[in-house]
Design a protein around this ligand. Sequence first.
Ligand SMILES: Nc1ncnc2c1ncn2[C@@H]1O[C@H](COP(=O)(O)OP(=O)(O)OP(=O)(O)O)[C@@H](O)[C@H]1O
Length: 221
Amino acid sequence: MNDVLRLEGVGKTYGLGGPAPVTVLDGLDLTVARGEVVALVAPSGAGKSTLLHIAGLLDTPDAGRVILAGRDMTGLPDRARTEARRQELGFVYQFHHLLPEFSAAENIVLPQLANGVSGRDAQARAADLLGRVGLAHRADHRPAQMSGGEQQRVAFCRALANQPALLLADEPTGNLDPETSDKVFDVLMTLVRDTGLSALIATHNHALADRMDRIVRLAAV
Ligand SMILES: Nc1ncnc2c1ncn2[C@@H]1O[C@H](COP(=O)(O)OP(=O)(O)OP(=O)(O)O)[C@@H](O)[C@H]1O
């Protein structure tokens, strides 16, 4: 199995059985191959967040299957899904969501400790990742002491801390001005390529989407 993510016939309807059900996804097939970076482009309201939540095991589809790293997630109990999420997935959002009271390095160390990595190994990995995004000199700074672009670069490192199989990103540079967005996106792409990571990256920015391996367009149902 060479696909890191396979969505097969995925459907999602909100308010099923109620007076006003909203079908957002219907028979959706999507794959991300190992090492592939896929852009997800969707008009507002087409279900981009719903799709990312389903792929990220934060929500379950009403129909179809989600196969992550070769393992069918359908019907797994919450605990197993949480475990798979922690082991296989990294997340980046439009806003960095770093813990404000911790330094850049600590923000990257903490998720590793939660996954059973030793303190020494976690710190070495944090230092390596910060070096890759050009922030070795910011390791001891807290988020509020960094610029928006720097905060987002730390968030990329945190997403990769546990060496996930797949990165899921929702407008990862959407909060930055266009020039910073371009530069920070370069950093993300270099990081993804250098680590051989697979990624599904939602963006409204067509120039950024064009730089990925493949574009998946989500149409409103
Ligand atoms: N819990 C819910 N109950 C009912 N409808 C919902 C619910 N969550 C989302 N929707 C509807 O489903 C559709 C898709 O929502 P979703 O958040 O996935 O869109 P999106 O493509 O991410 O939009 P945007 O880019 O504007 O954030 C929208 O029409 C939304 O109103």
